[in-house]
Design a protein. Sequence first.
Length: 99
Amino acid sequence: MSKVKEITVNVDEFLAIDKYEVDEENAHIELVDDPDTEEFLKLVRVCPAALYKIDENGAKSFDYAGCLECGTCRIACEGTIVKKWENPQPTMGVEYRYG
């Protein structure tokens, strides 16, 4: 039987390599006002960039800066609490810099 070498990947290291141009005037993701907590928790769980957070007091926060533009939040909650999801304007958004 052969032994498989375990490789550990630090995702934060790879994300730090990427470059982000944030369009401060045109958010490409918008949520409804006062989003439902259960729906928001879905986004906390599925967002690979961890942009959706709930603190120890239950306060919800979201910031589209740092978005990986994967569309996971749109797929999970479009029609419930994600009221707008579109690609950022040209020259804006994430620029992947690995590889």
